[in-house]
Ligand binder design. Sequence first.
Ligand code: PGA
Ligand code: ZN
Length: 436
Amino acid sequence: MSNILFETDTNFEIVDLRARQVLDSRGNPTVEVEVLTLGGGIGIAKAPSGASKGIHEAWEKRDKDDKRFFGKGVFSAVRAVEEEIADSLIGMDSRYQKEIDEELIRLDGTENKSRLGANAIVATSLAVAKAAADTYGMPLFRYLGGVQANTLPVPMMNIINGGKHAGSKLAIQEFMIVPVGGESFFDALRIGCEVYYTLKGLLKDKYGKSAINVGDEGGFAPPIDLTEDAIKALLEAIEKAGYSTDAVKLAMDAAASSFYDETKKVYKIDGKEITAGEFIDFYVDLVNKYPIISIEDPFFEEDYESFATLTKKVGNKILIVGDDLYVTNPKRLQKGIEMNATNAILIKFNQIGTLTETIEVIQMAQKHGYKTIISHRSGETEDTTIADLAVAFNTGLIKTGAPARGERTAKYNQLIRIEDLLGDQAYYPGINAFLK
Ligand code: PGA
Ligand code: ZN
């Protein structure tokens, strides 16, 4: 055996690259890319799609042809993959992810990936990684994370949907349960499911059958108007299911840009209009009263100052998470780090566009002691890449909705498989995922 490594194996060469329009969980078209290597490895990936998108996200290219899918078609993004991208990538080594992603960025040539489309680029980037892993005969999490990849993430399960993901009056977009008390990932998921069923029963008894219709992420969308009433419903479900608030914590994603009035500079919530200062007091009060462990996007996506004030006030006990604030973008995260704006970041690869850039943002955040939460989008597919990504980078945290709707459970089921595969090596961090 020689000590010198030559990567002369031609099996990893990309020999074919195809794309097509498929449907996401809202019935909108999205981009699917399929990559084939010489060794017969296949990688298939699909771009997810947000509803409450950050204004600084990489650009999701849509055809704007009103006669097809009411303008939402992604045929032009598909064509970009099959023509320009395929021309450049065929013949390249699928293991050279950085080189491939740099080529995609160079080819696109814009700051926000608007020429080829971030949906075309992200699906290609992920499909290449999956094709390389498949050529090695390795699961994706192992290929990306190596022998250190053994931490299963704590699921932050969005079981009451509001904001842009539901038709109710709730301003806050997501009310989550966080089963930190599980002994394993599977055990935590079981606890989460039991609380979910219990909540279903409670909502049905209180508000009638229509209250158990679900929103975009599988959580219920009951006719609850006030923030605190949604929190109380979760607490009641946790208790009735037989758990303490040591075992099951709460989390929220306000997605506050969606109810901020930029002209009046007020937030429209709970039938009132409140300033950022009043909103800070509102959050501090909630954190003091309830077992809340994380708040995401508490303010409008440009208001770094209010994020920093809230982090200063409660960041020693809970996570303050930037999603629309950072849009998985290193420049926006850098500003956050300099201002101590938050202590955590939500990671969505289609906000930035390539796997390499996503990994760089995760590493940058981890280096500065920020927690990283791998996240789905409200528009999803059966693609399970985020499950592997969470384990590969030991993020310890994932947001992938309620334990309902196939596109959400697909990720949970992939994590069950990974935990099974890791056997005794698997580690479920529980509450430690939230501690310094
Ligand atoms: P989106 O919402 O996918 O609709 O942007 C998810 C989130 O805000 O976390
Ligand atoms: Zn969010």
